[in-house]
Ligand binder design. Structure first.
Ligand SMILES: [Zn+2]
Length: 416
């Protein structure tokens, strides 16, 4: 009888250990504990949100260049704000999967973007209809909120006649954020004619116009140009409620070419310039908010789609990926949206945080944001991550698994 009970206990321990190890290996219980549904009594509310990201900003340089005063706009945002670390957990680190997560608050199994949707040979999918921050805002507020996009490459077909880089670089992820319908204002590379007499395109393009061959090299737009466009838009729309979404390209663009660090560990001069471009783009925007007196009612977010390390950023998500790539750092202009303990949030928390901050009742949104593997949650309600405990339980389970397996193997021999 006693032996029977001991055997049952061993079998149960064995099964439980298999489950723990299985979950750990599959990354299912390393990421979250259950989110207790905290119904915050206070939801931070803003009239406007300006969400600016740059492609490929490494967390390390974000912090170092802020501390030494290089990043002027980031420091301005932090005056009444805070730094927030995020984790990328529910998709591979890459530009479009990152943008799709930032835009929807969902992992790729819900938002449909598992890889980049620009460049020759890529799939040409769009984020699932109805899931983006912009579509949600239009759905709830209609004309009472103005939505403006400022983007550094083409999201609709451009004229490639005088373009060196050809072969369908159009990015298709925002097909459902229809200009004139969902986005009240849309500015991206397709807004230019890209002909040799297009002087404005020559001012805006990141890679200089090739005079000898009379061609543009790429349809990429400078951060500074987009920043000034957004400034003008704010000056003309400061009496409206608005959501501005801007993405910039420089740090990722140069990082792939020369890397972000020198062998000495110092920042690469071209990456430094790129970080400055990103930062300076936000400066005229902050000036416009100040001069029109709407800075206090506006939540400003400066972040990135993914981190950057050495020459790249493509890889598996946290916790297996390089943390400089999977754990980027964002600046928020107002502590009202901060978690009480400023814990690391998930990249998918940003969209629900923006929606709630603009007054969208998230209980009406589907799929529901609960802060699990595939959905975000407002930052101030995120539950603590379960990392240390899981690592410990993993090792306990592994040892138990070994011991119980050994007992099963040796037991029949003893019976003989
Ligand atoms: Zn990117």
């Amino acid at each position: 009888m006693k032996k029977k009970i001991i055997s049952i206990v061993f079998v149960l321990m064995f099964l439980f250990s298999i489950r723990t190890v299985y979950l750990h290996v599959n990354g299912k219980n390393t990421l979250y504990i259950e989110n207790i549904n905290i119904n915050s009594t206070i939801t931070p509310l803003f009239d406007n949100v300006i969400f600016i990201t740059s492609d490929g900003v490494r967390r390390h340089w974000m912090r170092v260049l802020t501390d030494d005063g290089t990043l002027v706009s980031v420091n301005r945002v932090l005056e009444n704000g805070f730094f927030q670390k995020f984790r990328i957990t529910n998709h591979k680190t890459g530009t479009d999967p990152g943008l799709a997560c930032l835009e929807t608050g969902y992992g790729d199994s819900i938002n449909n973007i598992v890889s980049n949707q620009f460049g020759p040979g890529t799939a040409k999918d769009s984020i699932t209809k109805g899931l983006t921050t912009a579509e949600r805002l239009k759905d709830v507020f209609g004309d009472d909120i103005k939505i403006a996009y400022f983007l550094p490459w083409s999201f609709h077909q451009i004229n490639e006649e005088h373009m060196n880089q050809v072969g369908n670089y159009t990015d298709t992820i925002f097909e459902n954020i229809i200009p004139g319908k969902i986005a009240d204002y849309w500015f991206a590379a397709e807004n230019f004619s890209w002909t040799p007499d297009d002087e404005e395109a020559k001012l805006a393009c990141l890679d200089p116009f090739n005079v000898d061959h009379q061609v543009f090299m790429t349809p990429l737009l400078k951060a500074g140009y987009l920043g000034n466009k957004a400034k003008d838009w704010i000056l003309n729309n400061s009496n409206e409620r608005f959501y501005i979404r801007m993405h910039l390209t420089e740090p990722d663009h140069v990082g792939h070419g020369s890397g972000e660090s020198l062998a000495s560990g110092n920042i690469h001069p071209t990456y430094l310039e790129a970080m400055r471009s990103y930062d300076y783009a936000a400066n005229p925007i902050l000036d416009a908010l100040e001069s029109t007196g709407i800075l206090d009612e506006t939540l400003v977010i400066l972040g990135t789609d993914h981190g950057f390390y050495e020459y790249g950023h493509d890889g598996p998500s946290w916790p297996s990926g390089n943390n400089q790539v999977t754990e980027p750092l964002f600046a928020f202009s107002d502590t009202a949206v901060r978690h009480p303990e400023n814990i690391t949030a998930d990249q998918s928390d940003i969209s629900p945080t923006i929606l709630a901050s603009l007054g969208v009742n998230l209980s009406t949104v589907t799929p529901t944001y609960v802060g699990d593997f595939n959905t975000g949650i407002v930052m101030w309600e995120r539950a603590e991550w379960d990392t240390g405990k899981t690592t410990f339980s993993f090792w306990i389970a592994a040892v138990v698994l070994l011991i119980t397996s050994a007992i099963f193997v040796y037991k029949p021999k003893r019976k003989k």
